[in-house]
Design a protein around this ligand. Sequence first.
Ligand SMILES: *Cc1c(COP(=O)(O)O)cnc(C)c1O
Length: 400
Amino acid sequence: MNTSEVIEQFNQYVISNYGRLPSVIVKGQGSYIYDADGRKYLDMFPGWAVSGIGHCHPKVVKALQDQAGQLIHMDNTFYNVPQGQLAQLLSERAFGGQCFFCNSGAEAVEASIKLARLATEKQKYKIITATGGFHGRTLGAITATAQPKYHQGFLPLVPGFEYVPFNDIAAIESVFDDEVAGVLIEPIQGEGGIQMASQEYMDAIRRLCDNYGALAIWDEVQTGMGRTGKWFGYQHYNVEPDIMTMAKSLGGGVAVGGIMAKPEVANFLVPGTHASTFGGNPLACVAASAVIEAIEQENLLENTQTLGLYAAEALNNLKEKHACIDHVRGYGLMLGIQLNEPGGQIVSTCWENGLRINCTQDTVLRFMPAMTVSKNEIDEAIEILDRSISHVYNGVGSHG
Ligand SMILES: *Cc1c(COP(=O)(O)O)cnc(C)c1O
């Protein structure tokens, strides 16, 4: 089938809830994706932060192939080997908690909210979240997402949520009370435009939660699994949560999500309280364990730190040439380029020139290459970005 036939099929049979680019992607390898017309693109936003170690990483492919012939799915009526192994690998790289597995970020957020309500005394129910945050698209997760555009058409939302401005300590102090079950925030907001929590803010949330008997919940769906140059975003702050969510790059492209909770909190999730049919299935779990193995064997945390600094500096240098760039921020390979103007046209021009990046919150370009990216690939990406910005603002240099 060619591109227009696939698009026609979608138009007839697939619900059009996504604004799609008119390309059909048929293959991915490392930092590159290929479309049905034989074009190759450098992918600096692989899978919306899902393909964190690149497309079709050989270790993930091998683990999936081996496991698929052995046992694809097994329900949680029984024990299975891959689920326990993955939980241990994650626990040892975070805060020694216990894991529950599901299949997506939103489900992980839902599980964390349920657990916070279960595990706090006196039936606490309030969940505090921050403006600009993003936590997924289920009804609970959009309620947690303090951005009105995600609520439109879906009222009434889930009761018991309170929103505070991100990084505002006085604001969160002023709404805290004995009814608060948990504070749910991203240490570095992703969809919100690569906005980093301040050290003082993370410390204040931890202190308030401890004082009031509430739980700190870090949503690490986007910041986790090495993206920021450490296993988890919170490790830049040295402030541990009581519950943490994971998904996106956890499975190297396979749908898997999960939460980790301190054992004394996790104990409340007893049989009958929560479950997921597909959660923790062997196929997804071997993929995630292969991701962890690849990150360690290929020194990808170091690569992320080194190339993150390199990319941030190179992107910052573009400022001198392009007045539309205000500044660059982020940790590791989770970088945001703050523009003074909307970035949509830059993104589409980059795509025409063979580069995939993302724009969020209208004026922030998200530059989040795979942790396996090479210096050459970053150079190539920045060269295309440079040329594309020139084209958008000066009408020159569109093809190359
Ligand atoms: C993407 C994202 C989610 C939602 O994940 P889904 O798998 O799309 O449900 C939740 N939290 C954060 C921080 C995210 O970036």
